[in-house]
Design a protein. Structure first.
Lengths: 225, 212
């Protein structure tokens, strides 16, 4: 069983509403929430996988009612408290904010361009050799769950769990989110784009030749028997 | 002691999620967090201004349109882009956060590509900027993988039956850029003119390139 963020294939959400290209934010606080999250991330106390997991761990009722950037704020508050950077009393406004020992790492305006341009590549050398090659038939693991940590982070969407697909390409070896999100190391392994026929995933596929491509780590896959 | 004299017992918030300690109004919540982190020395508000200026004014879908227009115009560039998009866009200065590993996927008469992130909102920021509201919406995330043709219809796009749809679910750090088909009647147009036909949505796959 997965969490509410794993919504691929869900019914009932209604129409997708296009919008003009010059609409970037929908409220004054949205860009502030985005920038705050990026700047706090620059303190180096968590990584992209743990920050995704912090958003996913919001209570289902909160995840459903929060707008996009409210989820970001919810995740950020969790990360700040869990990393010991901010106390619950400070968050509640019941204690005077204490200067943080991390203050020397604060992101300055003149560093922003370099930090954004530098990015955070996820490709790593790995001692795990690729088991599959493009064209191979593979089966995704049965449960869209973190194998080691119950309720832990994973990037296997529920709709693809147990499905049979075809390796389309090898992306190289990448950090495994299922490990990295929990501070248990980068554990890089081969990452593939795997193609699944729509008819393998859905009871009512729209077209016999449509496909969904999912990026999957090697440990998400086994060879088809 | 009667019931009436019991003190008012507020809910014990000590086990609530940390965000519940902040003001409930989202704008005030963000303001409270920014103020707190600034007072703790962890945030420089001028850096926030700089980040916002970057994504409002410097990085956006015209970057991606430049890449597509060049791919339409220059066969060598096109071949290099399809072989190693990360290297090619890096050379154009379009490397960065949320675009560290780029793959270009090309629309042809027999296949139409569209990109989604069902688990969150992964998107190639250095080439397309901040994702539009609809890309982050539950409706798009839920439906794009199961009924891409109905989603395309929400954008006014109807594909012929001979065209298969490939939906790319961005579950890892690979970011996909759709190269739309070059429209007829654009022979002889230069890169800058072609860019005007290349919308953000056409590089996500929810639109076709415009016609001259």
């Amino acid at each position: 069983m997965s969490r509410l963020h794993d919504m691929g294939g869900r019914f009932g959400d209604g129409a997708v509403v296009p919008e003009a290209e010059d609409v970037i934010f929908h409220a004054d606080w949205h860009p502030r929430a985005l920038a705050l999250t990026l700047a706090a991330g620059g303190l180096g106390q968590w990584n992209i996988d743990s920050s995704r997991h912090a958003r996913e761990r919001l209570k289902p009722t909160d995840y459903a009612r929060f707008s996009y950037y409210e989820k970001w704020m919810g995740g950020l508050a969790t990360l700040l408290v869990e990393a010991g950077i901010v106390t619950r009393e400070e968050l509640a406004g019941k204690a005077a904010p204490a200067l943080s020992p991390l203050a020397e790492r604060v992101l300055r305006a003149n560093q922003v361009a370099d930090v954004l341009a530098k990015g955070g590549p996820a490709e790593r050398p790995s001692n795990i050799a690729p088991s599959f090659a493009p064209g191979d038939t593979v089966v995704a693991k049965q449960f869209a769950e973190n194998t080691k940590i119950s309720g832990g982070h994973t990037r296997l969407p529920g709709y693809a769990a147990g499905a049979r697909g075809r390796v389309l390409r090898l992306h190289g070896s990448h950090i495994l989110p299922d490990s990295h999100a929990h501070g248990t190391g980068e554990a890089p392994e081969p990452l593939y784009a795997v193609a699944f026929a729509a008819s393998e995933l859905w009871a009512h596929p729209e077209h016999p030749r449509d496909e969904v491509i999912v990026d999957m780590w090697q440990s998400y896959l086994k060879a088809a028997s | 002691m009667g019931w009436g004299s019991l003190p008012f017992m507020p809910h014990d918030h000590s086990h609530d999620d940390p965000h519940a300690l902040l003001p409930s109004d989202p704008a005030l919540r963000v303001k409270a967090l920014e103020t707190l982190l600034t007072r703790k020395g962890l945030i420089d508000p001028a850096a926030l201004d700089e980040i916002i200026d970057t994504y409002e004014n410097k990085i956006g879908p015209r970057n991606g349109a430049r890449v597509v227009a060049r791919a339409w115009s220059d066969p060598d560039f096109h071949a290099a882009l399809m072989a190693d998009a990360t290297a090619v866009v890096s050379e154009m200065g379009f490397y960065g956060r949320q675009g560290e590993h780029m793959v270009a996927v090309e629309n042809r008469p027999e296949v139409h590509n569209i990109v989604v992130c069902t688990l969150c909102s992964c998107y190639p920021w250095p080439l397309l900027g901040i994702p539009p509201g609809w890309y982050k919406s539950d409706a798009y995330r839920a439906r794009a993988v199961r009924e891409p043709r109905k989603v395309l219809a929400d954008f006014g796009v109807v594909l012929p039956d001979e065209t298969a749809v490939r939906v790319w679910d961005s579950t890892a750090e690979i970011r996909y850029l759709v190269i739309p088909q070059r429209p007829d009647g654009t022979e002889g147009m230069n890169e800058d003119a072609l860019m005007d036909l290349i919308s953000r949505d056409s590089m996500i796959g929810t639109a076709l390139a415009g016609t001259p």
